[in-house]
Design a protein. Sequence first.
Length: 486
Amino acid sequence: MPAAAITAATAANTNDSMIPLCVDLDGTLVKSDTFHDALFSLLRNQPLSLLHFPSWLAGGKAKVKAEVAALAELDVEYLPYNQPVLQFLLEQHRLGRPIYLTTGADHSLANRVAVHLGFFTGVIASDGVTNMTGSHKLSGLQQRFPEFDYIGNATPDLQVLAHSREVLVANPTRSLLRGLQTQKLPITRRFQDQKAALPTILKAIRIHQWAKNILLFVPLLLSHEFSWQNAVSDIAAFVAFSFIASANYLINDLLDIESDRRHLKKRLRPFAAGDLSIPLGIATAFALVVVSCSLLPLLPGSFALWLLLYAGATSAYSFALKRIPIIDVLVLSGLYDLRMLAGAAATETPFSPWLSSFAVFLFLSLAMVKRFSELQNMKERGIEKPHGRGYMVTDLEQIRSFGTSSAYAAVVVFSLYITRPDVDAYYRHSGRLWLIVPFMLYWLNRVWLLASRGELDEDPVIFALRDRISQVIAACVAALAILATI
């Protein structure tokens, strides 16, 4: 290249490095919307504060953002930053380019993000009076800079992008892409750091957790009064329960965004990771509830009451009870029992108190092992108290004691049940049921042994579904139950 051309190229690069680079926060630098995150943080931690929302709204959007930001205090260290955007900004910073955080979020939050990242030249944000979006943002930038580059993601950014020297977008919405196409604004650079919507929604509703709802079939199977009509009713009940459960998982994850972002594994959940927007999550939860309720006319009225009780209990758990030690695991174990009661109601079959007692102790042990595994992982990371929970690492041995004793209590209840004379009416060879006991003892002891070694997934349901030995044991137990029947 001729010397003159090199000089010209160098001058161009130097000029480019002096053009201010302005970046939006919500949906751009951060994959989530911090205002929505803060709202659900308030709903979880200070629900009564939202009673002031109408009076805040009377002061305008900027007023609402200021009040919410002041009360919620999101931890900016754990926000789901868009990594390609972040790397680009760091590169531009090393070149000496001035970078401005230009956002509709309140200035208090924006300033904390700027301080945390440490490379921003300045912050242009909402101030409690002016909502720095759309035309207000464009006016603010034009007053400060003769020309600028801007990175945005949504339709409100279209006005600013139309006056930007270069059009840079991050995880752009479809409406923004249509707007850019309509105005014939070619995209200079696109930063993508978000997963496809459908797989993300399927992950968020946790289909694998529907395995817990197989318990709805247990009363029918143990009643030895199988009929196709009852089977269809149980399937409808299973779908209704599963959809309600998935809706609850969505709401639970929305309320736990702040806690999940601090967790080694839960930070990858769709809401915490910023891969699923809160409005879409709420819409999905609503749709799941509607579909679930549409199945209720096909089922006995008593099932609807159990489903309502389940929804109420899981909501109470998500909002408050999960923070209270011991109460949280009692609620979790009770929900397993409730599933079987709902299954009995759906098929109008009797529900054995022995089965209820067995389930309470068994699932209390599994709830305890889940908490134990969480604390064990926290201990290995040097964390004394998990965020958003009522337990401490020092509770490990006590939880182990509670959980193992509950496991053995479940085995004792099962042993007492199969010695009852009326069991012979259901099983031609009831003595063969005793062969199930060693399998139960082995599996429960193995679960706790792995948990103590830190080798157990924090969710025992996921562990059981993926663990080959657990699958073999389940098959053996099912085979023994069949052999005892025929």
